[in-house]
Design a protein around this ligand. Structure first.
Ligand SMILES: Cc1cc2nc3c(=O)[nH]c(=O)nc-3n(C[C@H](O)[C@H](O)[C@H](O)COP(=O)(O)OP(=O)(O)OC[C@H]3O[C@@H](n4cnc5c(N)ncnc54)[C@H](O)[C@@H]3O)c2cc1C
Length: 470
């Protein structure tokens, strides 16, 4: 062994360690005005808003890409009294919108927050439009009295449009977005106010940012079967529509902070999720005229009932076998349906007898069901189930069918916030500097969220959090 070489190597190593330790000592820890945890709709809206108020922002995203569950949203975002509604001559008002929300939520919604969300809904739509999101089409979803769900022209999926536009804005504004950086701890000072965040980067290195404001926008926990079954045992064995990013990180992040978590057991199932790949079949497809039949070829419910009620009706059918049926006219009215055809989850038939054979259901019964439904549309009254939204007849083929089951979809529970998006502790007081928004929060939607209100909630309260930080 060459002793001299070993000694020289040792000296060099020690010098490197010394220099590194010294530079650590002299380089001040990074300090910003706000750290936002999660780059879905809510986190990105908060970041853009905070940046607009002149704050120095860092937005963390644990995945290699932005978007979370937002990226999967298809049907649209609700807005009241928008220019788009006027263009379609849709008459709507605050009382009616709230009535639909409370009926869906079984009157257990947070009234103050709903009032604020409804009042700010038109502004949320115009703000998104200003960021470059096309929201020119307006459709009706289950549980709504009128069409108020805004989406891109031709009925294209809304989530992609929102994520692309907000992400482009983050880049344009040069906001510090760090993908594959996961928040692992929110640090409070001795007075109980936010003082920083501990972060793990993709190499596993843990570092700290000093900040007096943190916005938790991590989304929900519907992508983690272990977590949703922990909070609601009835959901054991259910598939999920959620992104793998929706693992409920907010739960561990606030565990030591005496934060109030509310309504954690209220977890919404969506009735129409493809049995193949767990792909959600948007409510907009029923809104535009799709119907549900069981394996006897019969309708069994008003297809536009609220999600919780319709999920239960569907599970009561023989072998839980149900098909969502639509035709060419409906397909053309909603661009999102082409995605399902491209994914090969749709069974097609030029006419009803071919479709029935392919579905292995009684042809005569299916034809009788469709004929009766067509007559309801023509007369404007559904004699069987009193469905209110009767848009297109199913007169002309080709026909399409997707086998569907309910799957876990949305977490109504989460962090309790107030109307300033401040996080509330278990004594009922806000924690200084701690904010939350989007699906990580709870209590707003009650027992069952109305479709199209989650993106609305994410944008409204994300923006409120972004502009309220001190
Ligand atoms: C299939 C599907 C369709 C839907 N369709 C609609 C619809 O049409 N209309 C509607 O209103 N709602 C819809 N929803 C619900 C809606 O999309 C979501 O509730 C909403 O987008 C949530 O937004 P968010 O910003 O709160 O969370 P997300 O969009 O889920 O974003 C949270 C982000 O935080 C990141 N994150 C999590 N933990 C950490 C951490 N520790 N550190 C750093 N980053 C972290 C995640 O990776 C994720 O990117 C749908 C949901 C699904 C699953």
């Amino acid at each position: 062994m060459n002793v001299k070489k070993v000694f020289t190597g040792f000296v060099i190593l020690m010098a490197v360690i010394l220099v590194a330790s010294f530079s650590l000592l002299i380089s001040p820890p990074e300090t910003v005005d706000v750290v936002i945890i999660g780059a879905g709709a809510s986190g990105m809206a908060a970041a853009i808003e905070a940046n607009g108020f002149g704050h120095k922002v860092v937005i963390l995203e644990k995945m290699p890409y932005v978007g979370g569950n937002t990226l999967r949203a298809t049907a649209g975002i609700n807005g009241l009294n928008t220019p788009q509604q006027s263009a379609f001559n849709i008459e709507d008002d605050e009382t009616l919108f709230k009535q639909d929300i409370f009926e869906s939520g079984h009157d257990s919604n947070n009234e103050v927050m709903i009032d604020l969300m409804v009042k700010e809904s038109a502004q949320a739509i115009s703000w998104l439009t200003l960021q470059g999101v096309d929201l020119q089409d307006v459709g009706i979803l289950a549980g709504h009295s009128v069409a108020r769900t805004h989406r891109p022209s031709g009925g294209k999926p809304v989530g992609r449009a929102v994520v692309e536009a907000l992400y482009a804005k983050l880049i344009e504004l040069d906001i510090d977005l760090r993908t594959e950086h996961k928040a692992i701890e929110i640090v409070l000072d001795t007075a109980g106010a936010v003082s920083g965040v501990k972060i793990e980067d993709k190499s596993g290195k843990v570092y700290h940012i000093n900040t007096r404001n943190v916005i938790i926008a991590t989304g929900g926990f519907g992508g983690s079967p272990e977590t949703f079954v922990y909070y609601n045992q009835k959901l054991k064995g259910y598939a999920t529509t959620n992104s793998p990013s929706a693992t409920g990180d907010f739960i561990t992040l606030v565990e030591q902070l005496n934060v109030q978590l509310v309504d954690m057991g209220y977890i919404q199932t969506h009735p129409t999720v493809s049995t193949d790949y767990g792909m959600l079949i948007t409510e907009a497809l029923r809104g535009n005229g799709g119907i549900l039949v069981n394996n006897s070829g019969m309708r069994f419910a008003d297809e536009m009932k609220n999600r919780d009620v319709l999920s239960a009706d569907l599970l009561a059918q023989d072998n839980k076998e149900v098909y969502l049926i639509f035709n060419e006219e409906i397909r053309r009215s909603l661009a999102a349906s082409d995605d399902y055809i491209d994914m090969n989850i749709v069974i097609e038939g030029d006419d009803l007898s071919t479709l029935a054979t392919r579905l292995r259901i009684d042809q005569l019964q299916l034809e009788a069901t469709i004929m009766a439904y067509n007559s309801y549309v023509e007369n404007g009254f559904d004699e069987a189930f009193n469905r209110k939204s009767l848009k297109y007849t199913l007169e002309q083929g080709p026909y399409y069918a997707v086998a569907v089951v309910p799957a876990v979809h949305y977490c109504m529970g989460g962090i309790l916030i107030d109307s300033h998006a401040r996080v509330i502790d278990d004594t009922g007081n806000p924690i200084t500097g701690l904010y939350a928004s989007g699906e990580a929060t709870g209590g707003i939607h009650g027992l069952n969220r109305l479709g199209g209100n989650s993106l609305l909630d994410a944008i409204v309260f994300g923006r409120i959090a972004g502009r309220n930080i001190k």
